[in-house]
Design a protein around this ligand. Sequence first.
Ligand code: MF3
Ligand code: CO
Length: 255
Amino acid sequence: MIDLKTPDEVAKMRQTGRLVHRVIHETGKHIAAGITTAELEDIAVSIISEAGGSSPCLGYAPYGHPPYPAWTCISVNEEIVHAIPGPRIIKEGDLVTIDCCAELNGWLADSAFTFPVGKVSTQAAKLLKITEECLYKGIAQAKPGNRTGDIGYSVQKHAETAGFSVVRELNGHGVGRKMHEGELHVPNFGYRGKGTVLKEGMTFAIEPMINIGREHIRTRADGWTIVTRDGSLSAHFEHTVAITRDGAEILTNGE
Ligand code: MF3
Ligand code: CO
């Protein structure tokens, strides 16, 4: 069963979504050569805690993983997702993804944004542009009667047309009272007209992870950090959306 949210519940998720947007973009202003990802995490933690929120990531331990030790995931360059903030020093030309899922008053929202550090390569800039566009192509397909495959198809088509590849092992997911409402999976690849039918009241994250090189991944020895196997750059943009009668309402765009 996929939990359908009432307009009132969606409004509560939007409150959390506003906080998540602020965390990502206020923390993002501090991204510069010389700062560590642990220092960025500290900034994010203070914004979330001062707002009265908390982190569903901290201590999160799905089967086969050690408990996640931080509030955010901050992934650099070849790190696709779930990199644990730590001593890695940001440098000019890097791509830094801040991924934040927070809880406020019992409701969650999840979003990610990849920032360029200073001047990045032409290919890196193209990767950012295409990956963000993939997110919005996916969101455009998120409406009642469409299926998860319509989202995946449009994300995949846009990424592959640009010559990039789509990570297969990680999907968008239902979000609401929990970070991963397990009955709903939103792959970033697939076929039009296949997958779960979207209904008004569904709330979920759409989150393309796109690589410049091949799609294959590897998990580092810390049990969390997922990197491209070929070491190529990866980008990640994510929004939490709610399905309404007319389409998708983005809950994490700061509005
Ligand atoms: N936004 C991330 C996700 O949906 C949050 C991960 S928290 C972690 O996977 F604990 F799993 F790292
Ligand atoms: Co997510």
